[in-house]
Design a protein around this ligand. Sequence first.
Ligand SMILES: Nc1nc2c(ncn2[C@@H]2O[C@H](COP(=O)(O)OP(=O)(O)OP(=O)(O)O)[C@@H](O)[C@H]2O)c(=O)[nH]1
Ligand SMILES: [Mg+2]
Length: 458
Amino acid sequence: MSVSPLSDDTIAAIATPAGRGAVALLRVSGPDALVVLRRIAPGIGDVQPRTQRLAALRHPQSGELLDRGLVTYFAAPASYTGEDMLEIATHGGVLTPQLVLDALLAAGARAAGPGEFTRRAYLNGKLDLLQAEAVADLIDGRSRALHRAAVHQMERGLSRRVSELRDAIIGTEALIAYSIDFPEEDEPPVPPARIVASATDVIARIDTLLATAPEGELLREGALTVLAGRPNSGKSSLFNALLGTERAIVTDIPGTTRDAVEASVSIDGYPFRLVDTAGLRETMDRVEGIGIEVARRYLAAADLVLFCIELGREVDADEASFMASVDAARLIVVRTKSDRQPDAAADADESATLTATVSATTGAGIPELRRALLSKAFGGILGEPGEAPLVTRERHARALRAARDELAAFLAAMDDGVPMEFAATHLRAAVGALEDLVGVVSVDDVLDRVFGTFCVGK
Ligand SMILES: Nc1nc2c(ncn2[C@@H]2O[C@H](COP(=O)(O)OP(=O)(O)OP(=O)(O)O)[C@@H](O)[C@H]2O)c(=O)[nH]1
Ligand SMILES: [Mg+2]
């Protein structure tokens, strides 16, 4: 963990969102927290750490009474940031918290930037970088699955796993150092095969973690699931059935949906972004043509494509070529309106393509389709969040891949007969990549990226 001198200024922010509410919370952190407090609450008297005091909050210059608030003081280092901190609960609303913040600024505090409290917590060793990101995910997360992953990460699940990998590589370095120290021995004290096996094992463990990355990253935005198919094939009806509300317009007129309609839905706590689109066909209608263009753009970005074809209708050449153009891992063919064809069976599935048969009208097949969506989008990590660490950010995947590449380069160098002490520079680099990931060494631009997206007051 990095050690840095404590900040010399004192920051303040409103930590709760603006708007009507019973209570708002302001936070102050830094060496002058108590000085600032005494200027806005001159009558507060003796302030003990971790006890609350009701205080009259006043503007330090005019002395005007702004509110009565509940003040809690946390003495450094036993606080969220590791610095002297105040939490001041005032009445909510738009004006009161803002006036109290103005008073804090007039009393010598500086307005905090986004994520600055958590940044200080990180710099003071209260959190590592992965935990700080988990705080952001807890705040931003909209799905239960991301929430579970974030709680697990805040409890150091991922940090612990990465530290174990780092320790294993350092162990391999130690084996090498030991071998180099005994150059005269006939038999090397540590067989090279053992060193190779140890590095190979770490690669396998990194790969296990990396395998969660594509799905882990989907937890944040949701799996983009695009409904496509010919006009009138039942896309909007299916969209509504999956959402459980009549969101998209349904008529028997082909070409009803003109623009893409997007909605978020959670299936068993896993997030999906469902998109209903204009039916795909050749058209002279300009508006419909633009809608079809939009549909194609969504399709290019889709994580999953639900391709709708009425049950019992022959698949035509355009549909066949569309299906061939989407890779099977992303494609689910949905045979729709099954209630109209009680006797028809979906064609035998000759390809690897997954087929579902549904009726939006009766709801038949919808639970099965939801399960298919879930396992296609999140199959690799279902049930994982909260139990095993997940890679939920591109930053994590990049660092793990860098570490993996260095380990592979180490093995290749060993294979080429490069002297161990030179090959070992790759191990150092692999350790460095993992340390960047947890934030053992702090690189300013990494910090800016991590904390820049926070809200003020966190
Ligand atoms: N019986 C029955 N009719 C359905 C079902 N799903 C859709 N329909 C009917 O099929 C017609 C077209 O449905 P939509 O959902 O608007 O089809 P679409 O693919 O969105 O059509 P466009 O937006 O024009 O491309 C409507 O008359 C729906 O009532 C179903 O499961 N059963
Ligand atoms: Mg439609």
